[in-house]
Design a protein around this ligand. Structure first.
Ligand code: SF4
Ligand code: SF4
Length: 417
């Protein structure tokens, strides 16, 4: 509950590092900003700092709900840069959790979510996916010859966006599994939406139902590894599921981590040339938000000391290296880096329900990243998330850029014999 974060809220010193990259980490004036809402809308209310003050004012009854307030709170893409920066600079405060609790409070108080987010909840309740597509078509992309095993060590969780809108990512993932000779299974009709957008828009009850359903279905397979090809699924399983289900009994693995492991062990060989100068975009939910949440309950003592000690998620132990190592292993591919990478990556703009509720801001955010990719002299931008794909592809088209978009796994599949 938001009340539980009162101390964290009061820790804010208004230093502003949740908005601007700290000077020693900046590489240019042009790309020295990291919070998309603050860069786009300018006012401090549109930042983590602002939202912490909004949260405090709401808790103290000094602010009432207005449409503007709702718009501010739901403009955030939940990219997590503020959380990384705030903890890194000085304050061990759960900035991102406060924004998420703020949204959950608005929903609980009956003033949120936004209409587009309500539609997502309705879609999920009726069809188990956020797009309202027929549930029975979720696995239509699966090539018949590649049918999964009934039981296996690996269960591949496809996710709504990949299954319905970016099936080529799922097909490439299956091709890699088959080439490496790995048995895998899927949840079939028991795979429901992972709950990413619902949790991040504060719709906790619907999200909890999905989390419980998916966990039970995964447990029934007996699989030890949950494989995902979507960063949204990955960050949700790692960071949000443990808030609902403490013991998951399986490892969550992104396909980029699996490919890196297979390459290291010599079980997969990339031999075909893919002549491309590409840059890699770190998806927020694979990088900064790709750490495993460890539930904590205890006492906060003087100077903020937690008793028992708390495991903090600082954002530096997400999946940053595996995708880069995989890209470097593709013959002919040259990896060029943008200025803001890893913990400092600029968000694609599609997260936190923003793609649905504020598509023009999502588009602006993606275009900012495309410009950065162009400045890095890249011919293609590569990511590991189908939601990034949706937003980058429309930004490239809208801007009329000569830039290609690839999912990392598509490039890997292209490099296989
Ligand atoms: S970085 Fe943290 S302490 Fe500094 S202004 Fe932002 S929220 Fe406040
Ligand atoms: S999560 Fe991202 S968009 Fe939201 S306030 Fe933090 S840095 Fe800004």
């Amino acid at each position: 509950m938001l009340e539980d974060y009162k101390r964290d809220i009061l820790c804010c010193t208004r230093c502003g590092f949740c908005k601007v990259i700290s000077t020693q980490k900046q590489r240019s004036w042009k790309y020295n900003r990291a919070c998309p809402i603050h860069k786009r809308f300018g006012f401090d209310a549109y930042s983590a700092q602002g939202m912490l003050y909004i949260a405090n004012a709401l808790l103290e009854g000094k602010l009432s709900y207005t449409e503007k307030l709702k718009e501010i709170i739901y403009s955030c893409t939940i990219c997590g840069y503020c959380d990384y920066a705030c903890k890194w600079v000085h304050a061990n405060a759960e900035v991102l959790d406060i924004i998420l609790e703020l949204r959950a409070k608005l929903v609980e108080d009956g003033v949120a979510p936004l209409p587009q987010h309500k539609i997502i909840a309705e879609n999920v309740t009726r069809h188990h996916n956020i797009y309202g597509k027929p549930h029975e078509k979720r696995f239509n992309w699966m090539p018949e010859a590649c049918g999964p095993a009934e039981k296996a060590e690996i269960v591949y969780f496809v996710g709504c966006t990949t299954a319905y809108l970016k099936p080529r990512i799922a097909q490439a993932t299956v091709k890699i599994l088959k080439t490496a000779g790995l048995d895998f299974t899927t949840l079939g009709g028991e795979e429901y939406c992972c709950g990413a957008v619902l949790w991040r828009t504060g719709q906790r009850n619907v999200a909890k139902n999905l989390i419980e359903h998916n966990i039970n279905s995964i447990r029934r397979t007996g699989a030890r590894t949950l494989l995902v090809s979507c960063a949204h699924c990955y960050g949700t399983f790692k960071r949000e599921y443990p808030k609902v289900i403490r013991e998951m009994n399986f490892e969550v693995m992104h396909v980029s981590e699996l490919v890196k492991k297979l390459l290291d062990e010599g079980r997969l060989k990339l031999t075909r040339r893919v002549d491309l100068r590409a840059t890699y975009h770190d998806p927020c939910l694979l990088g900064r938000l790709g750490e495993t949440y460890v539930p904590w309950q205890g006492e906060i003592k003087a100077l903020g000391v937690r008793e028992p000690p708390k495991v903090w998620l600082f954002g530096s132990k997400g999946v940053y290296d595996a995708p880069r190592k995989v890209l470097r292993a593709i013959p002919g591919l040259e990896l060029v880096e943008m200025e803001r990478i890893r913990e400092y990556a600029w968000c694609c703009g599609a997260g936190g329900g923003v793609l649905e509720a504020n598509p023009s801001f999502a588009l602006w955010t993606a275009k900012e990243r495309i410009k950065e990719a162009r400045d890095a002299a890249a011919e293609a931008i590569v990511s590991c998330c189908p939601r990034c794909a949706l937003n980058f592809e429309r930004a490239i088209a809208d801007a009329g850029e000569r830039m290609a978009y690839y999912d990392l796994i598509e490039l890997v599949a292209m490099a296989l014999e």
